[in-house]
Design a protein around this ligand. Structure first.
Ligand code: GLU
Length: 546
């Protein structure tokens, strides 16, 4: 009787019952074994690698099983909301090839289990909260911030556990009359869960990534609804994931500590808890020390970074899969041509202690990935990226499409394709020497060729240059120029008798390489010259002689 009065007092405007919502959201009609997963970002406008990590895991679990992956906006924390944030989440993940089947959209939403923005679900949470009050499992707490701080100080003094529990739960047995009086006096309250009396008991649960976990039961009378009637994460998670029929909750390991609360709440509601998948934090090695990625220190934490550097989403996926599943690389070796989505992703192969995010490894994976693409594809990708991120480069690339494609085609295809670039931004540095406006002498001529020899080499090269020469004729001429000046025609001859020569043919061709590219390292010079064309090649040599 008292519970009923209390429930009415606390929720005068709630007239629906849990049954109403249970009927509104029936079981999903999905094939057996289909998984329902969700991403629940807060709308802060910042979407990071950890989100992508979780999203790929969610997306794979759902789509490999014929299930559903949906987007729920966890906006119960009003302070953090940034306008346009939902769009950022959707667009960024789409860019990385992760699509939601249902949930929040930029404007509105799609699906039968909404609303998918938590602030729009206040009435739902309150209906279930009211039911808990009716069942004696929740009560109002009128403690002020000051009172809670004083309690904490007292607990410190007495060396007791912090929090609101057992004998410290001052409003646990509040009467209807007291509550009514407080409310009439305009005092605000939060709604707390009535946890079982502290007993020191433990419980076990099977985590899909971590296996069997044994944890102490929750003893805290946690807050379910804040004073504005908006739920805490704990309560919202339980209600939403039940009503939206989530089967697998993929979330960061930072939620492990509060898992006992969630398990207890599911029990109190009489619902089956979803399967939890607590992922390991993304870590990096910084000066030999493993640490969490930080928003302030690590630009690579932000997903925008990959977009603006021009990493190909497919390459990022490829790398993420190696971090997500320990057997992925092996699978890739056996299935070099297969689509990444054919891989049988499983939570069982996920790490449990700090997943290492290594940007050097990403660059390697990405280089390998980009090396498999043909020149036309790469050209289109670079243009797409440059159009948005580098206007100067974009113009240069479009000026002469055939030229640009020729430049990109060098070293591509064949048994051993070149692996020079890991992202499109890098491609500008790599290809810059092809464009006269970007060409500059970046490196010095080889030291062991004296200035006089260098001049002679370049002059002779110019004299004998015939753009129609095939690669071996061309190289034969360089060899001859070198030999005349005392450079061994083969490196191995020089190595055998270094005292006999000034250097070898590699030094001679390096002089030409620097003159043509401004660098000591580049793809094959003959190929470069073929793309540059006769006029430009001769011009470069002439400029170098000046
Ligand atoms: N809004 C929560 C967060 O990003 C989501 C956690 C979850 O997936 O349950 O911190």
């Amino acid at each position: 009787m008292n519970n009923e009065k209390m429930a009415k007092l606390l929720f005068p405007n709630i007239d629906k019952t849990p049954d109403y919502y249970e009927n509104l959201y029936p079981e999903r009609n999905l094939p057996e074994g289909a998984k329902v997963t969700r991403l629940g970002p807060s709308p802060t406008g910042f979407i990071h690698l950890g989100n992508l990590f979780g999203a790929i895991c969610d997306e794979r679990l759902a789509h490999l099983s014929g299930g559903v992956f949906y987007l729920r906006i966890e906006d119960t924390d009003n302070k953090r909301e940034v306008p346009g944030a939902v769009e950022v989440v959707i667009n960024t993940l789409r860019y990385f090839g992760v699509e939601f089947d249902e949930g929040a959209l930029k404007d509105g939403e799609k699906g039968d289990y909404g609303p998918y923005r938590q602030r729009e679900r206040a009435e739902i949470y309150q209906t279930f909260a009211k039911d808990l009050v009716l069942r004696g499992l929740a009560y109002p707490c009128f403690c002020t911030e000051e009172e809670l701080t004083a309690m904490r100080e007292k607990q410190t003094e007495l060396k007791e556990n912090f929090g609101y529990y057992g004998k410290w739960a001052v409003h646990r047995n509040i009467t209807f009359e007291e509550a009514e009086k407080n409310i009439n006096e305009g005092k605000s309250f939060v709604l707390r869960f009535r946890a079982p009396e502290p007993s020191g008991k433990t419980f076990t649960i099977e985590d899909a990534i971590r296996g069997k976990l044994t944890m102490p039961q929750n003893e805290q009378d946690v807050v379910l609804l804040k004073s504005d009637g908006i739920p805490t994460y704990h309560f919202a998670h339980v209600i939403d994931d039940h009503l939206m029929k989530t089967t697998h909750v993929v979330r960061g390991e930072e939620w492990l500590a509060t898992l006992p609360i969630h398990v207890q709440l599911f029990e109190a509601m009489g619902w089956r808890a979803p399967i939890y998948c607590h992922t390991a934090q993304l870590m990096k090695i910084d000066n030999g020390v493993k640490r969490k990625l930080s928003k302030r220190k690590d630009p690579e934490l932000s997903l925008d970074y990959y977009k603006s550097e021009g990493y190909l989403p497919g390459a990022v996926w490829e790398y993420m899969m190696t971090v997500l599943n320990s057997n992925y690389e092996e699978w890739r070796k056996e299935n070099p041509e297969a689509n990444v989505r054919e891989f049988e992703f499983t939570t069982k192969k996920m790490g449990i202690s700090g997943s290492l995010f290594d940007i050097d490894k990403l660059n390697d994976v990405s280089k390998n990935y980009l090396a498999t693409l043909d020149a036309d594809t790469v050209y289109n990708y670079i243009c797409e990226w440059a159009k948005e991120c580098d206007e100067e480069y974009y113009k240069l690339l479009c000026e002469d499409e055939e030229f640009s494609k020729g430049m990109i085609a060098i070293g591509r295809g064949g048994e051993k394709p070149r692996k020079d670039i890991s992202c499109w931004k890098q491609s500008k540095d790599f290809y810059s020497f092809f464009f006269d406006t970007l060409f500059k002498m970046e490196e010095d001529y080889p030291e062991n060729v004296c200035e006089e020899d260098r001049k002679i080499i370049l002059e002779k090269y110019l004299e004998t240059y015939d753009h129609a020469d095939d690669q071996s004729t061309w190289f034969g001429k360089i060899r001859a120029i070198g030999e005349e000046l005392g450079y061994a025609p083969q490196p191995k001859l020089y190595k055998k008798n270094p005292e006999l020569y000034k250097g070898h043919v590699g030094d001679v061709s390096c002089v030409i390489r620097v003159a043509i590219t401004g660098r000591t390292n580049s793809p094959d010079i003959w190929c470069i010259q073929q793309v540059l064309g006769e006029k430009r090649t001769i011009e470069r040599i002439k400029n170098a002689i000046k």
